[in-house]
Design a protein around this ligand. Sequence first.
Ligand code: ACM
Ligand code: ZN
Length: 672
Amino acid sequence: MKIRKLAALALAVATCWCAGATGLVPLPVSVRETKSLFRFGSAATVYVLDPQLKPLADYLAGYLTPARVVRPQGDLYKRLELTGYISLGLLPEGDTLPAEGYRLRVLPEAVVIEGRDYAGVFNGIQTLLQLLPPRALAGNFPVSGVCLSGLEITDYPRFSYRGMMLDVARTFVPIEDVMRFIDNLSHHKINRFHWHLSDDEGWRVEIKSCPELARVGGFRGGDSPVWPIYGHWDEKYGGYYTQEEIARTVEYARVRNVEIIPEIDLPGHSRTAGKVYPEILCANPRVNTAQTAGYDRRNVWCATREENYALLDKILGEVCALFPSEYIHIGGDEVEMDQWSDCPHCKAKMEAEGWTDGIRLEGYFMARVTEILARYGKRPAVWNEAMEGGGLDPGARVHGWENRKAGLEAAAAGYRTVLMPNEYFYFDMKQSPLEPGLTWAGVVSAEKNYSFDPAREGFTAAQMECVEGVEATFWSELYASQEHDYLDYQTYPRICSLSEVAWTPQPRRDWADFSRRLSTAHLARLEALGIRYRTPPHTTPVRRITPQVSFSSSIRESTSNPYSNIERYRHYARTAVSCRPGDWFLYSFAAPVDCRSIELITGYDFLPRGIVTRGRVEVSYDGVRFERAGVLEKGRITVRPSAPVRALRIVSECTGNGETHVILYPPRVEPR
Ligand code: ACM
Ligand code: ZN
């Protein structure tokens, strides 16, 4: 008898999950453990105490099985007197919890989630899902007999804007993956998805009144006027989102408390739009395509062509109708002003206004586009450069990306401000020096991101009021040349870190504690969500030798990065113009090099731009006769020589590479 009781007890313990709140991400404002224990019955009953919460009850029920959603009528709720249920309700009017806040109580008879608003209930549900075993996040988690230890959580966000940007222009991300990305953000209480829908290399949103924009501009290569880059060549690739897909995604995000803010990047970063509608570009009599083997790289909307504003009215009118967000992001970054100063019409406008700098013309352009948005009931969100032209609408939201000062200046000028200095928030940067990623903003580890505290940036109290929050970015130049899971790899666990920068009160934040929660609890949740997150690589440094080499080419060198960089095994070298068929690059060794392999790299390391997009490679063992060694793949080749090598030669078979130059690295020679 005694043994049977013990066995029953052991079984009960085995089905209990009493992990408590020790592994929550982001860490809540306040957690109090109590002595009580909650146990699910044979099913999860979710009570909806307010009709607007029904979608959230259905959402929660999707994670639990068996589950039923009950909307109590009259006093049915009281009469049922159930135990083991979850209730979703709103806090009474007058409760002082901030917007998006919630209280979650694990009581003996029920789990009670009360939100300040819909968003608060959603956030409470996310915390509840993290109180369950990690596999609950995979959905259909069998609840029967599962226990939770008693808790009282009071929680609300530090910032109202908790954002993540995804660039789908450089690399198209299929709609199902975008939805999955949004879902994963929402599990981290990130509530803004900034969708970068257009850029020089792609247009991704269907505009019914201008169908060519997406139908033509959504693809690069093949018969598209948009040249293929990023390592793909002679291959048509890309995609775009139909308006129906976008509407579905907006609704999907809304249920998950994620507002989508679309971006149409203007007036620069618009090469694709200019390829589809060349008339929108400046009437530039001096387009110089000699450097680019004939490819016209202009990418700025003419600021004085009146028809451009009519076209933008059509485009933005559709964008505004598609997205319910108060703000529409209209770009404003990195405008190549010389395209305006070379345009007779833009030049005349500047002279007439007495503007000596193109930035004032950008101010004019942004004001015109802001007027268009206003007609559709929207405000502009912009990159910080758009402030510099003067006259930016006081209702604009400024994204301070260039450096830390940019956010300070925006808040000092009284703009709603989102902080995202690249050195902390650009998740396209490397996570450690030996991993893939860009480096121009430095190495952005999760720890570096975590260390960002807006309150230490030097804002006055009044300026801090203007800071709506923080945002990280994933720019996708590299994604096109990487494996499918690169997006997950680059963004997780950095998004976990971002979630605490955005949500958790600073005094509660501690990197060591976050790392512990990440490794002991949260990575298992990412696993359950199917996220191919990054684990630190085990890299052994590669041994290399640097035999004396001389370098020459049929193309002249640039002055900034001369060919001597290659001979000195320094950094990359850069040509002065792009490559044409028959152009060659010769690496001659002073003495025969006996080695296991030699890797030749064209294009930036980890960024397949500036490559010789098509070319053959020849090897010489006597310095006179050359034989074929292979072809470049995405600008690279590893030659495994059969004898000591005297020289290697790359012979271009392509007309240009969409760039003004070719990049070449010193040979990477692996000894025997
Ligand atoms: C940007 O990174 N050009 C906003
Ligand atoms: Zn112009």
